[in-house]
Write a protein that binds this ligand. Structure first.
Ligand SMILES: [Fe+2]
Length: 246
């Protein structure tokens, strides 16, 4: 074969090889988070940087947790809302409190995804760098209803450890400011029973596995370092004013 022809063939082959590789390169460079589905449900950005809670919660966990797990719940809700727009036309707490009124086919998906959306929205809010301790009215309520901060934290951690599989541990608050602990499986929310959540911790493995693996009790213990007590106090005041929603 003449030299030029062989060169042309090699060039052509290289081009073919590059073209064959192109889609794979494109996939590798594509954003890892799913594109948000258009619709009425929106996800707020994290109110701090992904690495703000280190070393207690690592940046990669925060990124995956917020941008993929929570985002998936929001995307799923927007998909459900296409054929069932009513789920977005009432406040979240009202939809969750009246799941039984939804068509049976979407009842469980709404329970899981709207529960997941509201649980995570609360969760991002009540964390932040800094730590500290509760004060004022909130500290007084913890002393009165939960036996003081140390006893409260121990019992909360115990409840979180005892959740079998995935779920949440919450502090509930009544309109008159009374506090109590409650755990729930999966993405169930106390809002389903018309209750209000003061704060809560996510004990799904996705919340802690990269740093803590199977050591959920270590995660529960470390998590107190990233509780934003000012935000919890704001939610406590809102509960007593009757304006706490999700
Ligand atoms: Fe989660």
């Amino acid at each position: 074969m003449p030299l030029m022809t062989r060169r042309k063939l090699m060039f052509a082959a290289t081009g073919v090889a590059a073209a064959a590789l192109a889609p794979r390169i494109a996939v590798a460079q594509a954003p890892t988070a799913p594109a948000p589905a258009a619709g009425p449900f929106k996800q707020d950005p994290l109110p701090y940087a992904n690495n703000a809670l280190e070393p207690h919660i690592d940046a990669r966990t925060m990124e995956i947790h917020h941008d993929r797990h929570h985002a998936a719940y929001v995307n799923n809700l927007n998909t459900i809302a296409k054929d069932n727009p009513k789920i977005a036309q009432a406040p979240i707490q009202d939809v969750l409190a009246k799941l039984g009124e939804l068509p049976e086919a979407i009842r469980t998906p709404v329970r899981n995804n709207l529960g997941g959306h509201t649980n995570h929205t609360m969760f991002w809010q009540i964390m932040g760098a800094g730590g500290g301790k509760p004060s004022g009215d909130l500290a007084a309520a913890i002393d009165r209803d939960l036996g003081g901060l140390e006893k409260f934290q121990n019992e909360f951690n115990g409840a979180g450890t005892r959740v079998f599989g995935s779920g949440w541990v919450f502090v509930l608050v009544t309109r008159d400011g009374k506090l109590s602990l409650e755990s729930r499986p999966n993405q169930d929310s106390p809002l389903m029973d018309g209750k209000r959540v003061l704060m809560g911790n996510d004990v799904w493995e996705h919340a802690y596995y990269l740093t803590y693996q199977n050591r959920r009790p270590d995660y529960l213990k470390a998590w107190w370092n990233v509780v934003n007590w000012n935000k919890v106090a704001e939610r406590y005041a809102a509960a007593k004013a009757g304006t706490l929603t999700i």
